[in-house]
Write a protein that binds this ligand. Structure first.
Ligand code: SF4
Length: 708
């Protein structure tokens, strides 16, 4: 037997033995009926569920899984069979990690890793992955001989926006080396045991179930999906034992190349298992093997600029400067100009710089001109300020328009960041990302409080008001076209959003104006116009042209969709939806749950369980993914009676959408404070109690036609 297959089987057999003993001991201690589950997932033990269709719910379900695991280890001298043994190691690792959760609670509470990654986090990663904002997923495990080697590699991935999961002593090595960690910073410590690597494996596996509509038990479909659509790879540091090698074999079976930091000589498998002993080459080799291309933006600023810094929090103690609307006037505004009205790359600073005052006003005023520029794109460009300022290491930005807060850290100030760097970031990024519509761009920053206030009140506020009036008047009836968005097809191949003025994409990130701008910027790109032709049914929003376009965009997978119905050919869902609504038969209404809500709903299901009813581009009458803003739209389930059907939603969501929802209810039905009639988890999560409560409140749903 070759050294490689020998090592793989050695590791898989060792894990099989450990798993069998651990399962037997757990059953002896707690009994076979003891319930077992990972937290906040609708996919049971995801590896086992996806590969075999078996739903592990109790300890008594596990011995059969151990049997399957053992059957995958054939000990035959064949690389394909050995890779299957690697999958057995993954199953074993999942069971061993699952057993840590047998007593409930969080077994990782006192660990530096986070352990199991809940479903809502995976759903939240959908959009950044499909847009290439997260270009890849790295798994870094082991213990580097020289800690600075792994620190350098992980910081490099972070600066490229790669999502990096750490397993083993590399966690401490990176922490001590100053790597900033956290989900929002795209470096996630999983745990110290090598088995904790399964927590990133199940992220890939659940992506297949959530976005790819891979059916549980379809192992071949699962492996195809992870290989073709999940851009993950593995790096090991330091010595590796046979368990690590067999786990690596499992990764290779899923299509993830493994780059090891020791010389494997002839045991390397080109393209799948390769040695890179010079760690200066690790990142380059890993990206090459997974064919990940990084778009580099060269910026003339003294700090790093990467999406991975977007979630950085600057606390008061670390803060050098603050521009905050609560203390000083602020405004952010993009205005379209004629070509001869502005000077390209002209930067003007009016008022003190960061070394002259600690607290400043801040007006960020950008004037753009271009032959294809349109007034409607002003707000699309303006909304990008938030992300771009946050991408600067040591800068935190929140808010928009006249409600803004910008913090500059001591470290960023010491590195030399000054006001002109903000202007440079805006100039370079606008000219990069909006090059199809912007030919000239000039930036003015006003930090003088008196001048800033004058600008805000006399220029910015009237412009915001003008835009709001235009947006309010924009309805599905007032435009001649809608747009497709197929960005999510890289994960959910059968999914297509139809974006209209009154129905934004279900991720919440693509409005009709965004889709229009995307189409202008990239005419052959993901957003294509659908001209409103061939109206079949006004009530449900059924058009011949929409059906035709969706059928073509989904390669025939979906032939008929409606824009306004949850029951009749509802729009497909990909998996990264902000909210899901589903019918609640007892009250004849619909309930809504948002991704962040982890509790129970009156439908007897959590968000994750509701969400698993749809997704992957399938149409599931009665369930539908959608964006938060859609809830207050006059088109929300309008075929079934509209927002008057809403009977329950989590309190946080209700507070967030309340003002707009109440306004819509007043306009549609003349009801004041409609949200007072909508229950939330503080009222009840029981469907019978819900019905009694709605009756007490005189909710309009009780007088509506039966839904089914
Ligand atoms: S609009 Fe739809 S397809 Fe486009 S990114 Fe959002 S969810 Fe994905």
């Amino acid at each position: 037997m070759s050294v490689l297959t020998d090592l793989i089987y050695g590791g898989s057999n060792a894990v099989a033995g450990l798993t069998e003993n651990a399962v037997n001991e757990a059953i002896a201690k707690y009994g076979a009926d003891k319930a077992i589950a990972f937290p906040d997932t609708a996919y049971y033990f995801p590896t086992i569920y996806a590969a075999t269709g078996v739903k592990v719910k109790t300890l008594g379900d596990l011995p059969a899984c151990v049997g399957v695991l053992k059957s995958l280890i054939t000990n035959q001298e064949d690389l394909g069979q050995a890779l299957n043994a690697g999958l057995a190691t993954a199953v074993g690792a999942e069971i061993l990690e699952g057993l840590k959760y047998v007593e409930g609670g969080n077994p990782y509470e006192n660990e530096s890793g986070i352990g199991f990654v809940p479903d809502p986090i995976i759903r939240s990663l959908g959009v950044p992955l499909v847009t290439g904002d997260i270009p890849g997923v790295a798994v870094v495990l082991g213990k580097a001989e020289e800690p600075e080697q792994v620190v350098k590699v992980v910081k490099d991935y972070q600066s490229k926006g790669i999502m990096t999961f750490l397993v083993g002593d590399v966690i401490e090595q990176c922490a001590q080396g100053g790597v900033k960690m956290g989900l929002e910073l795209r470096v996630i410590p999983l745990g110290h045991d090598v088995t904790s690597v399964i927590h990133v494996v199940t992220v890939a596996i659940r992506a297949a179930l959530i976005f790819g509509n891979v059916q549980p038990g379809d192992l071949a479909g699962l492996l195809k999906y992870t290989k073709e659509r999940v851009p993950a790879f593995v790096n090991t540091f330091g010595a590796i034992d046979n368990v690590v090698v067999s786990a690596g074999a499992g990764a290779i079976a899923l299509g993830f190349p493994v780059v090891v930091g020791i010389d494997l000589g002839e045991n390397q498998v080109p393209g799948a298992l390769e040695s890179v002993c010079d760690h200066n080459e690790t990142v380059k080799k890993s990206l090459e093997l997974r064919e990940i291309k990084i778009k580099v933006t060269e910026l003339p600023i003294p700090v790093a600029f990467a999406a991975a810094f977007e979630g950085e929090i600057i606390r008061k103690a670390d803060m050098h400067n603050e521009c905050w609307s609560n203390k000083n006037p602020t405004a952010e505004l993009v205005v379209m100009r004629e070509m001869d009205e502005i000077e390209d790359h002209k930067i003007t600073i009016i008022g003190p710089d960061l070394d002259e005052a600690k607290e400043l006003a801040l007006v960020t005023y950008v004037e753009v001109a271009g032959k294809k520029m349109q007034v409607d794109f002003e707000s699309v460009i303006e909304r990008k300020f938030h992300a771009w300022f946050n991408y600067m290491e040591g800068i935190m930005h929140t808010g928009q328009r006249n409600q803004v807060r910008v913090r500059v850290s001591n470290a960023a100030f010491e590195a030399g960041v000054r006001m002109k760097d903000f202007a440079e970031v805006l100039y370079v990024m606008i000219m990069n990302e909006f090059d199809a519509v912007v030919d000239k761009c000039q930036v003015t920053l006003i930090t003088d409080a008196t001048e800033a206030q004058k600008f805000r009140d006399e220029v910015a506020m009237p412009r915001y008001n003008q835009r709001d009036d235009r947006l309010a008047s924009m309805t599905d009836e007032s435009v001649d076209r809608y747009y497709t968005c197929i960005l999510c097809q890289s994960f959910a191949p059968a999914h297509c959003c139809v974006v209209t003025p009154e129905r934004l994409g279900l991720c919440g990130a693509v409005s009709w104006l965004d889709a229009k701008a995307t189409n202008e910027l990239d005419p052959n790109g993901p957003c294509q116009p659908i001209f409103k032709e061939g109206l079949i049914d006004e009530r449900t929003g059924r058009y011949e042209s929409v059906n035709k376009m969706v059928a073509s965009a989904t390669h025939g997978a979906v032939e008929s969709v409606t824009l306004y119905s949850i029951l009749e050919d509802p729009m497909t869902s990909c998996g990264c939806f902000e909210c899901i609504c589903g019918i609640e038969p007892m009250s004849n209404g619909v309930i809504i749950a948002n991704r962040e809500y982890a509790g129970m709903t009156p439908a007897g299901m959590t968000f994750g369980e509701l969400a698993s009813c749809t997704g992957g581009g399938v149409q599931t009458p009665g369930y539908m993914g959608h964006g938060r803003h859609f809830i207050s739209s006059k088109k929300f389930c309008s075929a079934e009676g509209g927002i008057a059907r809403i009977v329950w939603m989590p309190k946080e969501l209700k507070d967030d959408v309340g003002e707009r929802l109440n306004k819509t209810a007043k306009e549609l039905y003349g009801i004041d404070n409609f949200t007072d009639m909508i229950a939330d988890e503080t009222v009840t999560t029981d469907c019978e109690e819900l019905l009694n409560w709605l009756t007490e409140k005189g909710h309009p749903v009780l007088g509506m036609e039966p839904l089914m």
